[in-house]
Design a protein around this ligand. Sequence first.
Ligand code: FAD
Ligand code: SIN
Length: 533
Amino acid sequence: MATENGLRQAHDVVVIGSGAAGLTAALALAETRSVLVLAKGTLTGGSTAWAQGGIAAVLDTGDTFEDHIRDTMVAGAGLNDLATVEFVIERAPQSIDRLCELGVPFNRDADSLHLTREGGHSHRRIVHVDDATGWAVQEALLKAAEANPNITLLPGRTCIDLITDRHREHFSAAGRVWGVYALNEETGRVERHVARATVLASGGAGRVYQFSTAPRGATGDGIAMAWRAGARVSNMEMMQFHPTCLYNLDVKNFLITEAVRGEGGHLLHPETGRRFMVDYDPERMELAPRDVVARAIDDQIKRFGLDYVHLNISHQPADFVREHFPTIYDKLMGLGIDMTKQPIPVVPAQHYTCGGVVVGLDARTDVPGLWAAGECTESGLHGANRLASNSLLECFVFGEAAAQDILSRWDTLEAPPAVLPWDESRVTDSDEEVVIKQNWTEIRRFMWNYVGIVRTTKRLERAAHRIALLKREVEEYYGAFRVTTDLIELRNLLQSAELIVTSALHRKESRGLHYTMDYPDMAAEAKDTVLVP
Ligand code: FAD
Ligand code: SIN
């Protein structure tokens, strides 16, 4: 399929990412079009495979769309777009039906799906597969995609930059996207994948922080690529910190699902055993939204000089705990912690990127030819803080919306033009890989220290200063050497960090996940932070 100069035959549509959003879009598109799915590393390397808790949907008698909408808007501190919230929540039961048809083995209670509970939800409404929902969803989607003759899956491709009109053989300034340049991780060559339509489903930017539950590849590549191609990016200051990541010196990013608190887990001061949430949110206690619980834990850790707090569910029957949380139970037993008898040491860690590339209900970005879905986007669903288990749901609804919009306007989409090959003049291999490693570590550390759960203008300015210095160094390095996945990711990590800090400096209030000591109050009007390239 590859030609001499790295050009690959065009498919109708290129999808960047093989997680929940990318594969949902691909499966819907493949009913009539040929689809190429590109993924960095393996096909299961995104956050989807790691999801634990489940997927939120109104399925219980007594629960209503209105309640799910209200819970989403309360968690999002009013920054959500109501039309988007309604659009997604009303489509949730349909999305769950489709996953059941694909064979996702959701837990059941007799004839109905078992629903668990998580923070910020006023009802039991989370469908799940034990405590490893994401893996089951990823497997089912992948199996369907592998069986579909209209879908080609290409792992081991690190996308570098979107192909736009600037890359045409006959230059045009129009800015339309025609596919993507991607590094073949095995050969080291850069390929051109051209298409009439491109769907970005590349996940979040969590790895910009030193402590994160997100997988290694969550380096904001898609957000950075879309920004460089001219798309607006919004609310990047809204980085979500999950309250309960395992504290362990060897295992750095293992999540303890919110469902542990949903099923009765208590947060305790590790020395006094006191249930400290009573001081922060006496009504909702451990089931307050994530921003509230994460800030409370952060406050306890800082105030008492602790390394961690305790999450305890050992008061529930041992069988109940083992049955509900088999993955977590096994993992902790391997580390010498029996959660049926002992509390679990936990700390907050970055977990989810609420901001991203601006999309409408049709999943279109600002840039013609480019659609986007999932964690790389800002659709208006999450506002200033994502409600638990609304994220996979967004992937299914917007993956489908992207596909339907592309199919509905197919006859108006032009065939791709001839595009220039990747500039291969940078053929020297770097002899200083240590520079990349050092810069990765430095960004992640100062983002954690200066742009974390509690912010100040001074700390944000310090981070901005460091980003400017590193950006010059990395651009110089990027311009001189052959690209590698590590270098591509470093450049994108830095771009994401800049977007987060610039957005945080713009917001002169505290709202949802953005809490700054210089502006501790919430402004009367909720406004998105929109950055224009
Ligand atoms: P991902 O699943 O992250 O997939 C991104 C894809 O893009 C991958 O295939 C990756 O290889 C590819 N990619 C990235 N960069 C490039 C590049 N440069 N070139 C080529 N390909 C690229 N949400 C819930 O709703 N419920 C939960 O219970 C839940 N639990 C979670 C638990 C954990 C530990 C984590 C980290 C997240 C959890 N979330 C949960 C959030 C949710 O899993 C993610 O938001 C969601 O899976 C994102 O899906 P996605 O398709 O947008 O991206
Ligand atoms: C969890 O299981 O706590 C994560 C759920 C989510 O991120 O929505």
